[in-house]
Write a protein that binds this ligand. Sequence first.
Ligand code: GUN
Length: 295
Amino acid sequence: MAFANLIDGRAIAAQIQGELSQRIAALKARGVQPGLAFVRVGEDAASKVYVGRKEKTSGELGIHSETHVLPEATSETDLLELIAKLNADSRVHGILVQAPLPKQIRQEIIYASVRPEKDVDGFHPMNVGKLMLGDDTGFKPCTPAGVMELLVRSGVKTDGAEVVILGRGNIVGKPMAAMLCQKGRAANATVTICHSATRDIKAHCRRADILIAAMGVAEFVKADMVKPGAVVMDVGVNRVADAASKSGSRLVGDVAFAEVQPIAGKITPNPGGVGPMTIAMLMQNTVRAAEVATK
Ligand code: GUN
């Protein structure tokens, strides 16, 4: 009984990937292999792990992937040149430039340089704008799209629900709010975004029917911040020191899972919750990019 309320992100991601396999087979039947280009700048340890996982899943699904690694000291001009090449390459349907980028490179310039039709990350201003407008022809950022899919496929009703999002970042918090407050099916929520200047975060959290933690503070959400029966989605990935671990550290989410799990109505484990969904949504965006580019 102890884990009856878990939202199994691995199982749901596997289900989505099964659905994508059929679409990939249909593309292959007409001579199209979806292609995804990864760009990584420098040697950020977490980025290596993330890109490695995305490459592995691409391979398993039969999506062509190629990874371009540039040195830490790469100039903005060199990176723009690579993106221009990938924009023009018809085998590449999706381009993902892994964040964070080194200081000398302006992230907003880079994301605006990816052709919106290949922007499977959903970070181009055109796609951000379409999301705000409720125009489904754009690409949605993978992590908040994955959270939405987990809610829908776990039968969580968002209509009229009080949703509290912790974190206002461009990758999760802001797009998450835009998706949930949209008029339409599987949305229609009343959304509050909390951030570092919010007064009394605990009071906001305690009235949430759905609490989404995406601010990047290890185990910030404690049991006394959660309304009994609430749905808790943990987006955080934080490395903390752990003398008992071989590597000297371990990964934890933004939710103190052990104490929150018994009172939550449903909760994502971490790892094994939102993470696998980010990858599944990237694959879904890539398959759609290939379908649209070749139809
Ligand atoms: N860094 C952390 N999350 C993401 C993501 O979803 N996409 C990219 N490109 N970089 C990230």
